[in-house]
Design a protein. Structure first.
Lengths: 460, 460
């Protein structure tokens, strides 16, 4: 990185907040993307840590002057390589924009700076017992700004949707350096094109979010977890819409292959409580009253039994609930060492059983396995391409393409929540027509005429 | 309109579905925008009524060849002049795309062609008793395609949000003629930029929606309506967040000035049931069980009384409920004859009382009145600029600008649900910076390089 640029950055944020020594920069060059598929970071970078939106704006203006890319960085928990600088860049970390700006009890909203972590937000929410923020993508090290631009999802989408449902306003530094506010403490806004909704999910390519206003909801204090076992994925999938049609909306409905669950349980030294059947649904419910909770749990069990469930158990204590959730959460870590790629497709939820069969058939064809867990009520399936004899197998690309094609066959998406980033950009043509990709490039150009912000992400 | 173009249109859709005689075209030239503010239609138009998305595509390609504008038209119930052709145009009516495509019980979604009316959708939903579609902007003559591109709202946004929350997929003819599908039967999709969310609210400028897939929800069969009276708007507004914080989420919370309510009641020959106090909140609740309904109504009344309510009544019979709703719904028609402009601003809901004071002060300043009703829980206020001695007063523009400025002072929006269209485009600079408007123009250009679709709407 040119000395001149480094000096100007020091002029904006001060000596202490510019890192130009490669040895101190390593933790800013990668995110949580799988080792075997992540792009290689360009090491000719400089890390800058502004403390205000104004400083972010000045950095972006400087970048436009020198035509050097800026790669915004949140908690580094992303899974699509969006935060990895692949050309010589200014890596702009939001970590110092870490203040809770305002808890607004009357509008049921909270405004936080972009660098506040999910953990920090949840801590703050403990102070305001009655209300809660529903989105939880798993890793509490994620920063709110990153969750906005990655449109984070997670297990609770059944009941509460994704980030897009709850982000009402953002303060954002545009790629040309202007500081603007999109949206606000508003439920309805039909003035102009909705640039707020373009910003959500834009992966740091259309602007740098510096502040976000999030909708809050009344907390239902009674939590229960149910584990119900079935012989087949079809039986499990078929019962899901019946439950939703009755107006029972669990916080989460998770699907697990038994084999996968057992591997995960063993990995963390737990005993998996289900023994009958081949697949499980895990229901998490949060209800206003204890009566509601038990009535709904009972009704779910009843409906599952009518649809062929072979066993069910209620995790009564919070310890039992935690154990179950840990087994579900550790599926990824149990397999991590041997993973080439963690896929993240979604199909219409009713197509999940057929899609699972397709995934299995593709794995069998390549003489390998592909463990599956999924947010079944929103059709979001996570499965893996595994190492073969400790190496990335020759067939990995073909297998991935075939799995993507299977998802597309049902009108599905290649990535439900992890994002396009730098790792899935090459697959855009599998989901979108040339004209759609051309429009996306035009949108990028409208926001970022000099292609300064996070180039090589989503579109070329 | 050139004979050549008319002939080519006949070639696409057949003689019966092209209207080029001005006398038969009148009902296609205007929408429901107030007479005194609506733009004047250019009468050198031709109306075309394709019956398939393929035909829509061919019309749009023809328009690109001749560089003649296309103005898409739904039910004509819009309130911002978006459907009024202000230059010599092809008016493309979606009325023949009127089929229910698929009721998908397993995915809890319904797919309809764009020209299906809200009335038609509600009729269809009666066949599927357990599920319902929540958005209701008031006029059931609205077509679903129009509701998508206008991002329709209405009274039920408190509980269910707006169209944006429920539109999961659209089939759309792009301004360059290609037919594409955006989104799908998906709850999560993070591949690429979200063009679906650009299409929602784009007012027929970025594409012609030909089909929409909408999310459905379990119907709560127990409906109740509560009317609670207060002395001041502040008292009424202050109780709203307390109710939401308890997890009681009514279908609707409507605010009415007493004076306004009385005018409306008289207009339709009803007796308004409330007599004490100066303002009312009307709560509509839909709950799963009768017990839930009564418990929540009681709790609301209790909380209102703790916050200064002077009277309350429950509309027990569906006749009483209908009467109350009719009074609320007829506020607009009661004043219609004397309305210059029906405004549609929104502010953060906690700012509603201050905003109402501002609106009143502005009306007093101009020695006029401005009746107010509002969706108070989402901060959306509807008020009027009235005729003076039967004429549009000189101060109308100044008064409107001052009211818009008042909304902006609280971080509000000029239009919460009616849209920008051709009537509010000139006010874009009151809400957005030059750079934001420039980006919006760039987005339009990315979709519509020849500026074919509905030019002069949202952006120049």
């Amino acid at each position: 990185m040119k000395k001149e640029i480094i000096n100007e950055l020091v002029g904006i944020v001060g000596q202490d907040w510019v890192v130009s020594d490669l040895s101190q920069m390593q933790s800013y060059l990668y995110d949580e993307t799988e080792l075997r598929i992540r792009p290689i970071a360009n090491e000719d970078c400089v890390v800058v840590k502004p403390s205000t939106a104004q400083e972010v704006s000045e950095v972006v203006k400087l970048a436009n002057k020198h035509l050097v890319p800026v790669v915004p960085r949140g908690g580094g928990t992303g899974l699509c390589g969006a935060a990895i600088p692949t050309s010589s860049s200014i890596v702009l970390s939001l970590e110092r924009l870490n203040k809770i700006v305002e808890f607004d009890n009357k509008n049921l909203m909270i405004t936080v700076e972009a660098g506040v972590t999910l953990e920090g937000l949840l801590e703050e929410m403990k102070e305001h017992g009655k209300l809660f923020f529903p989105v939880h993508p798993g890793d509490e090290g994620a920063q709110i700004g990153g969750m906005v631009v990655e449109n984070a999802g997670g297990v609770r989408a059944v009941k509460h949707g994704i980030m897009r449902s709850h982000v009402k306003g953002v303060e954002v530094v545009l790629p040309t350096g202007e500081l603007v506010n999109l949206g606000g403490k508003l439920i309805k806004n039909n003035m102009g094109y909705d640039l707020l909704h373009m910003m959500i999910g834009s992966e740091g390519t259309l602007g740098i979010v510096t502040k976000a206003t999030l909708k809050l909801y009344a907390k239902n204090p009674n939590i229960g977890t149910l584990l119900v076992s079935f012989d087949t994925a079809e039986q499990a999938a078929d019962v899901v819409p019946l439950i939703l049609q009755e107006g029972i909306i669990p916080l989460a409905i998770e699907y697990m292959d038994r084999e996968t669950a057992l591997v995960s349980a063993e990995h963390i030294g737990q005993t998996y409580p289900a023994t009958k059947g081949e697949v499980d649904l895990m229901f998490i419910l949060d209800e206003a009253t204890e009566d509601d909770l038990y009535a709904k749990c009972e009704r779910i069990v009843e409906m599952c039994e009518e649809n062929g469930a072979v066993d069910s158990l209620i995790a009564e204590t919070s310890k039992d609930q935690r154990n179950l959730l840990e087994i579900r959460s550790n599926v990824y870590t149990a397999y991590k060492e041997n993973i080439v790629d963690a896929l993240d497709m979604a199909v219409p939820s009713a197509s999940v059983p057929s899609f699972l069969k397709d995934l299995k058939a593709i794995a069998v064809k390549y003489n390998t396995e592909s463990a599956v867990v999924g947010h079944i009520a929103d059709g979001n399936v996570h499965n893996f391409i595994m190492l073969k004899d400790g190496k990335v197998p020759d067939y990995a690309d073909d297998m991935r393409n075939e799995m993507y094609a299977a998802a597309r066959k049902y009108g599905g998406t290649i990535t439900a929540e992890h994002g396009t980033g730098k790792t899935r950009m090459k697959h855009m043509h599998q989901q979108y027509s040339p004209r759609e990709i051309e429009i996306m490039k035009g949108v990028k150009k409208a926001f970022d005429p000099n292609n300064i912000l996070n180039p090589g992400t989503i579109v070329d």
